[in-house]
Design a protein around this ligand. Structure first.
Ligand SMILES: Cc1cc2nc3c(=O)[nH]c(=O)nc-3n(C[C@H](O)[C@H](O)[C@H](O)COP(=O)(O)OP(=O)(O)OC[C@H]3O[C@@H](n4cnc5c(N)ncnc54)[C@H](O)[C@@H]3O)c2cc1C
Length: 266
């Protein structure tokens, strides 16, 4: 009898300054930035879809992050807050004290713009992760569905999955040259779906591929991360049309079409 019990691990929230150590253009639309610095010691990330809040320079070029007080995080008074966005810790290597984050270069917004010009020696702020949601590892199979913003979480999950786990990946990317290669001990099948000229909020390549997917035998967990409306619609479809229980899926909007406000509150 399998229990499929997920776990939540809470972390003490720490706000840090991060120093850019290296920058690498992974693919045309993905900029890898490796951060270090003394503040990073003790960083903890327990799940592949963890996220950190990153704080980018404000209009004065300053990084203004909250500070942790007895009543939670508060901003220093009279200062313009830094724009804040959510990003996946792609790797944290404690021996090297290095944190790798992969940024999609989608063309506008403080995070994407900052990543496009990132240079060693620059500094940004980071907060969290606040918690790690650990998905049960006793499902018979896993289906991972995401657009390019989900590639860091999907790549990390594939690399961390136990040997032999059955997993189907549906990954939507701007162009064929945005494919990534992942190492995995899992028994993984990756289907790349290239949008070419289409936009990430109106494409339906993932939805079509999900409808056509041969459902793996046994209990299957579905993980979805895309533009908000698309993630929500796929979650509803899985529940209503395929009868997938709520606990057997996790769907999250990783970005919102037309929205440029600061990241969500969780
Ligand atoms: C838990 C979590 C983890 C995430 N991990 C990553 C990660 O590791 N790497 C990563 O690149 N992103 C990741 N994201 C998504 C990222 O936070 C958003 O894409 C964010 O909006 C980017 O901020 P920005 O300042 O570049 O653009 P914003 O200022 O937020 O938006 C500006 C404009 O760009 C549009 N836009 C935003 N993102 C995209 C996009 N990806 N494609 C096309 N248009 C877009 C908006 O609709 C808006 O019109 C994650 C999100 C969540 C919730």
């Amino acid at each position: 009898m399998t229990s499929h019990a997920h776990q939540m691990v809470r972390h003490t929230v720490v706000f840090r300054n991060l120093d850019v150590l290296r920058v690498e253009r992974l693919t045309p639309h993905m900029q890898r930035v490796v951060f270090g610095g003394s503040d990073l010691h003790g960083f903890a990330t327990a799940a592949p879809d963890d996220h950190v809040k990153l704080f980018f320079p404000n209009s004065r070029g300053e990084i203004v992050t909250p500070v942790m007080g007895p009543n939670g995080p508060t901003y220093p008074p009279g200062r313009e807050y830094s724009p804040m966005r959510d990003y996946t810790p792609r790797y944290y290597e404690s021996e090297l004290n290095e944190l790798t984050v992969d940024f999609v270069l989608h063309g506008e917004g403080p995070a994407s713009n900052w990543a496009a010009q990132a240079t060693p020696g620059q500094r940004i702020g980071a907060g969290g992760p606040r918690g790690s949601s650990i998905i049960a590892d006793d499902f018979d199979a896993y289906v991972l569905i995401g657009d390019e913003t989900a590639l860091p979480a999907i790549g990390r999950r594939l690399e961390e999955m136990p040997a032999g786990t059955r997993v189907e990946v549906l990954a939507e990317i701007p162009h064929a040259d945005d494919r990534q290669s992942w190492r995995s001990r899992a028994h993984a099948k990756v289907t790349w779906l290239e949008r070419n000229a289409a936009a990430g909020d109106s494409s339906d390549l993932l939805e079509q591929a999900l409808r056509e997917l041969r459902i793996p035998a046994g209990d299957t967990f579905y993980w979805i991360a895309t533009e908000s409306r698309r993630a929500r619609n796929m979650r509803l479809w899985l529940g209503q049309e395929r009868g997938i229980p709520k606990d057997w899926m996790k769907a999250k909007g990783y970005w919102k079409a037309g929205a440029d406000e600061d990241g969500e509150d969780d």
